[in-house]
Write a protein that binds this ligand. Structure first.
Ligand SMILES: Nc1ncnc2c1ncn2[C@@H]1O[C@H](COP(=O)(O)OP(=O)(O)OP(=O)(O)O)[C@@H](O)[C@H]1O
Length: 375
């Protein structure tokens, strides 16, 4: 086994037992994750995208040691997520939007103190860390208020601070900005980008907000029905799906020469009410410079230039539509990444979590991010 500083997922599979027709119906298995390979290195935000039910949350819960894989392996800096779960939990943390992962009958400060102790953060360090984190998420003023008196946004900000309390090497973010006000969501994105760029944190992000994915992620995996569909940088995914950026160039004094220059690029032309001409070019590459230069060299005066980027959303929708066609993304170097490795270890498919609010002291699993509740 080679020791690498990354989360390495190989042949991951998760089957949930389900009953088809009520509680007495026959038990079948629902395959939520079907042979995934993922690499989540330090110092990068890696995206995990897919439509509803693609298996993103299940995958993240397995990486967070909250669920056991049915087959395949998850190694975190060489440690096995099942066999070495305790050591793994010290290196990771999870922030899941829309899930309360803090205790409502404690203050914000007490929550951070409590979770920090679960992670064995040394007390002297924890006092400073708690203050820093409350500051970071803008809760210093409410630090000693019971969380049950917090607004939803405040509770979620506290959950973000909780996710950072152990300075995780790897941060798992499942829809972290869900329901957050725009300024807070923006602050969180800034914190995440900074953690990856400056602290070398490895981040795995799922988000339905694709502008967020595009802003943060250096590499994105697209999955569907638990299987690999494509991977690459947002730009590569857009290029692979033929998602085009749009260049709109206004020429104030169009002539035959400027028209010929535009036509040579395959652009469309439209006469404007003021006699000018709007040249529109949709192309996957960056054509704004060459097109502008050509029109200018043809003697045209440029009245305006507008570039509309292709959206990652278009690319993901195209990929999802291609779905089972078995597309392998750019750089994947293989036609199909869904093969399950033979001989992969199997483990019972039950959840490894204690139910939240079960009346007992929160377990270590809670520290790794079980849906919280009132203890
Ligand atoms: N405990 C469970 N028992 C049975 N089936 C489950 C269980 N948890 C998830 N599933 C199923 O597994 C599949 C993947 O679910 P998962 O929540 O991982 O998807 P997701 O990509 O996170 O979806 P979303 O974007 O809607 O959150 C879905 O079909 C879901 O219904």
């Amino acid at each position: 086994m080679t020791m690498t500083t990354a989360i390495e997922v190989r042949g991951l599979r998760k089957d949930f037992p389900v009953r088809e027709k009520g509680i007495l119906g026959p038990r079948t298995l629902k395959r939520a994750v079907d042979g995934l390979d993922l690499d989540i290195p330090r110092g990068r935000v890696t995206g995990l995208l897919g439509l509803n039910g693609a298996g993103k949350t299940t995958t993240i819960k397995i990486l967070a040691t909250l669920l056991r894989p049915s087959a395949g392996t998850v190694r975190i800096d060489g440690l096995d997520a099942v066999a070495d779960a305790r050591a793994v939990r010290r290196r990771i943390n999870l922030i899941a939007g829309g899930e309360r992962m803090v205790y409502t009958r404690m203050t914000g400060r007490e929550n951070l103190w409590y979770f920090g102790q679960l992670y064995d953060v040394p007390k002297a360090d924890l006092r400073r860390r708690t203050g820093e984190l409350l500051d970071l998420v803008g809760l210093s003023g409410a630090a000693d208020t019971m969380v049950e008196r917090y607004s939803r946004g405040m509770t979620q900000r506290l959950a973000i601070a909780r996710g950072l309390v152990n300075r995780p090497d790897y941060l798992l973010l499942d829809e972290p900005t869900l329901g957050l006000d725009a300024p807070i969501a923006r602050d969180l994105r800034r914190v995440v980008a900074d953690l990856a760029a400056h602290d070398g944190t490895g981040v795995l992000l799922t988000s339905h907000y694709l502008a967020e994915v595009e802003e943060l992620c250096g590499h994105v995996y697209v999955i569907s029905a638990g299987r690999h569909l494509a991977q690459g940088s947002p730009a590569e995914l857009k290029a692979a799906t033929g998602s085009h950026r749009t260049v709109r160039l206004t020429v104030t004094d169009p002539t035959e020469r400027t028209r010929a220059a535009a036509d040579a690029f395959g652009a469309t032309r439209e006469t404007l009410p003021d006699g000018g001409e709007l040249i529109t070019l949709r192309h996957p590459g960056d054509m704004a410079g060459p097109l502008t230069a050509a029109v200018f060299e043809a003697g045209g005066s440029i009245g305006g230039l507008e570039i509309a980027e292709a959206s990652l959303e278009d690319a993901i929708l195209t990929l999802a539509e291609r779905g089972e066609a078995g597309l392998a993304g750019p750089g994947s170097g293989r036609p199909d990444a869904t093969t399950i490795r033979p001989g992969a270890a199997t483990a019972p498919p039950e959840a490894a979590t204690a139910p939240p609010g079960a009346g007992t002291a929160p377990s270590e699993a809670a520290a790794a991010g079980v849906k919280g509740g009132t203890p």
